[in-house]
Design a protein around this ligand. Structure first.
Ligand code: IPM
Ligand code: MG
Length: 366
């Protein structure tokens, strides 16, 4: 029997409650397959800082290093709690970015998917959604502005200033671009390369490397599109996109917009993949304002499990079953509060009820 060690980082805010639902799904998948999931929880994020003095404690680093995959909930605190922590130890800078760097998970897959039967959740008109939205954003995750050198000080004129650097070398660009081309070969063989080469030199190099890697993938049709134009196109004509590739900061911004066109960031799971490590997390934040109320949408957390089953454990069928189960709950007319519009004809369900319904649907698909 195959056995996998999965580290559970429940995180902050709504993290623990959506993680609970994700674990239910993992347990069911374990029960009905010839596989053992060894789950180990570890402290991470703002809650870890308040409990242990560090948002990414040494013990957690060791546990992560030894695991086959990591399932991570959202992290982050409300403004007031955040202010209680030194700037560099706040959960994003003190835990999340170091996790990404440590594991070198350079390829972030953010599927943006809204099948026709869920099109009612989107703020876009039905004629724009057509047969549904189905694309994947591939975001470089361990370089660029997020990790460049930073300088803060007072200049010769007595003015406070800040300098942040956006740096990529050709090897970093090549590895993420290759991931994107390979993804294209498994999908529609159409790549949208997102850049800003009319202003940024980093994009000029990026585009050069795209051109060089393209030689190895002659079947892939490439469209180069400026990041600002891509933002507009995502609203006006999202179905033209299949695989999009972009640097770290562009990916952060456009993937949130993608959540918007689906109707909620709650529909955005993600996979962060490196050469030897992988971790899975929702693309959204920890929503401290609704934490503990059992109203958060666990779709992105359970979707991250589906991605883990496929990409870390090669359990493609069960991965598909999980996606289908989640979508069938919504297609049956249920909704979590994040997705409901005033006056909509939906049956509102809570976080745990969504999880239970996914389990029920999944049980019927064994
Ligand atoms: C994301 C998040 C993070 C990011 C934050 C929490 C640092 O917004 O995963 O998109 O900016 O990468
Ligand atoms: Mg983001």
């Amino acid at each position: 029997m195959k056995s996998y060690k999965i580290t559970i980082l429940a995180g902050d805010g709504i993290g623990p409650e959506i993680m609970k639902e994700a674990i239910k799904v993992l347990k069911l998948v374990e029960q009905r397959n010839d596989v053992k999931f060894e789950l180990q929880e570890a402290a991470f994020g703002g809650s870890a800082y308040f409990d242990t003095g560090h948002p990414f404690p040494e013990e957690t680093k060791m546990i992560c290093d030894e695991s086959d995959a990591i399932l991570k909930g959202p992290i982050g605190l409300n403004h007031e709690d955040s202010e209680k922590i030194p700037v560099d130890l706040r959960p994003e800078r003190g835990a999340l970015l170091p996790l990404r760097k440590r594991l070198n998970t350079y390829a972030n897959f953010r599927p943006v998917s809204l099948p026709r039967r869920l099109a009612h959740f989107s703020p876009l008109k039905p004629e724009i959604i057509g047969d549904g939205i189905d694309m994947v954003m591939i975001r470089e995750l361990v370089g660029g502005l997020y990790f460049g050198e930073k300088e803060v000080g007072v200049n010769d004129d007595g003015l406070r200033y800040v300098k942040e650097t956006l740096e990529y070398n050709e090897a970093q660009i090549e590895q993420i671009v290759r991931v994107a081309f390979k993804q294209c070969m498994r999908r529609k063989k159409v790549l949208h390369n997102i850049h800003k080469s009319n202003v940024l030199k980093s994009s000029v190099l990026w585009n050069e490397v795209v051109g060089e890697v393209a030689v190895d993938f002659p079947e892939v049709e490439i469209h180069h599109i400026l990041v600002d134009a891509a933002a507009t196109a995502l609203c006006l004509n999202p179905t033209q996109f299949d695989v999009m590739v972009m640097e770290n900061m562009f990916g952060d911004i456009l993937s949130d917009q993608a959540g918007g066109i689906l109707g909620s960031l709650g529909l955005m799971p993600s996979a962060c993949i490196g050469e030897t490590n992988a971790y899975y997390e929702p693309s959204h934040g920890s929503a401290p304002d609704i934490a503990g109320q059992n109203i958060a949408n666990p779709y992105s957390m359970i979707g991250s499990v589906a991605m883990m089953l496929e990409l870390s454990f090669d359990m493609l069928d069960e991965s598909k079953n999980v996606w289908n189960a989640m979508q069938s709950v919504f297609a049956d007319g249920f909704s979590t509060p994040d997705l409901s519009k005033p006056g909509a004809d939906v049956k509102m369900i809570k976080t745990d009820e969504f999880g239970d319904r996914v389990i029920a649907a999944l049980s019927g698909s064994a």
